[in-house]
Design a protein around this ligand. Structure first.
Ligand code: PLP
Length: 375
């Protein structure tokens, strides 16, 4: 089977370690094990025998995750290698050629591209900048047909940082219920809200609700590769069948660390640090955008370390980011790889000094491209 290239991930893999200023990351700057564990816990982990862990995740971790989603139990949870694996398992297990998927765009595009690779018809429901990156709900309803199998959303959204409104959430739930659809919500940015108030999960305990998430973004631990799916136990069993073929189980160290840092008080503390970091850095980014003399239109993000401004220059987004990368060694991502042109995604989760320097350099390229003002 031939899979379409996942342009965003492939380009990040090739370039993120090659540039001086990586503003392509969507998460907040990562933490170390020393940051999140006590000396006793570090000692405990260093002395652990590295056996295979339970393939679906340890009971303790599954209990801990289940406690975050009212109505779920450890049997509703599958621990995966990143939320990327959770998304992969759901797409490949629950969708078949000929099915239709209603898919929120702009988006990270993992699920949409994978689904279309296996012959699923992907119908885009677009987030509208004029609606503060929300959906038009009439348009959403017009996309359902007898072949629709799933609605897949991403909230908080990558790349816009928008949180799905209460009205939109009520409507997707109503539609999923009425048409008996899977409702898959990628919530890997949940917990990284700028307000400090955790946004609601789409998961309601309905049999076909699925939430995928993990520790890579709000929790600042992407190198653990720890994710999860929460859904009905029968569906978990089906997802697990494919997980037996992909990765068997998660690394024991990651499972152990996650079981500790996701305990309620520690989780709260971790997210408070994220909240503070995000607010400090968004102020830096906003100041820079405002100093660019109308070069950008911008709806500020409500969550996640990403902003998705529209730029007012006559150049396609891939060409633009390549120019910035090659001239200034600054990496940002083009709107095209999220399904929208004339935008760029700027990650502001890097340490403040690095962010300021990267923005200043990028500003030089933007300035060199402005139309000369007529005399
Ligand atoms: C919306 C979304 N889902 C999933 C992922 C994959 O994350 P993970 O590191 O948890 O596999 C990303 C990574 O950027 C993402 O933006």
């Amino acid at each position: 089977m031939k899979f379409k290239t996942f342009e965003l991930e492939r380009n990040m893999s090739v370039w993120e370690n090659a540039v001086d200023y990586n503003l392509s990351e969507s998460g907040v700057h990562p933490l170390t094990l020393k940051d999140v564990l006590t000396p006793e816990e570090l000692e405990e982990i260093s002395g652990m025998e590295l056996y295979y862990t339970e393939a679906n995740g340890t009971v303790l971790l599954r209990e801990t995750v289940a406690a975050m989603y009212p109505g779920s139990t450890p049997d509703h949870v599958l621990i995966t290698n990143g939320s990327a694996e959770a998304n992969f398992l759901c797409t490949m297990t629950l969708l078949e050629p000929g099915d239709e998927l209603i898919y929120m765009v702009p988006n990270y595009l993992q699920i949409g591209t994978l689904a279309s690779s296996i012959g699923v018809e992907v119908k885009e429901i677009r987030l509208r900048p004029e609606l503060n990156w929300q959906m038009d709900l009439d348009e959403l309803n017009s996309l359902v047909t007898p072949k629709t199998k799933m609605i897949a959303v991403c909230t908080p959204n990558n790349p816009t940082g928008a949180i799905m409104s209460a009205e939109s959430m009520a409507e997707v739930r109503r539609m999923a219920d009425e048409h008996d659809l899977y409702l898959l919500s990628d919530e890997v940015y949940r917990g990284a809200e700028l307000s400090g108030v955790e946004s609601p999960t789409v998961y309601s305990g309905r049999k076909k609700d699925i939430v995928n998430s993990g520790l890579s973004k709000a929790y600042r631990l992407p190198g653990l590769r720890l994710g999860w799916s929460v859904t009905d136990p029968d569906t978990i069993w089906e997802l697990w069948k494919l997980h037996d073929y992909t990765t068997i189980s998660l690394g024991l160290v990651s499972d152990t660390v996650a079981s500790k840092v996701l305990q309620p008080d520690r989780r709260k503390e971790l997210l408070a640090g994220t909240h503070q970091f995000l607010n400090t850095n968004l102020a830096i980014l906003t100041e820079w955008i405002e100093s660019q003399d109308g070069l950008f239109s911008f709806t500020p993000p409500e969550a996640a370390a990403i902003a998705f401004p529209k730029y007012h220059l006559d150049i396609p987004s891939i060409e633009l980011i390549e120019k910035i990368r090659d001239e200034k060694s600054v990496l940002i991502m083009p709107g095209k790889w999220f399904g929208v042109e004339q935008h760029v995604r700027i990650g502001y989760g890097t340490p403040p000094e690095l962010l300021k320097k990267g923005l200043a350099l990028m500003g030089e390229t933007f300035n060199s491209m402005r139309e000369p003002v007529p005399a």
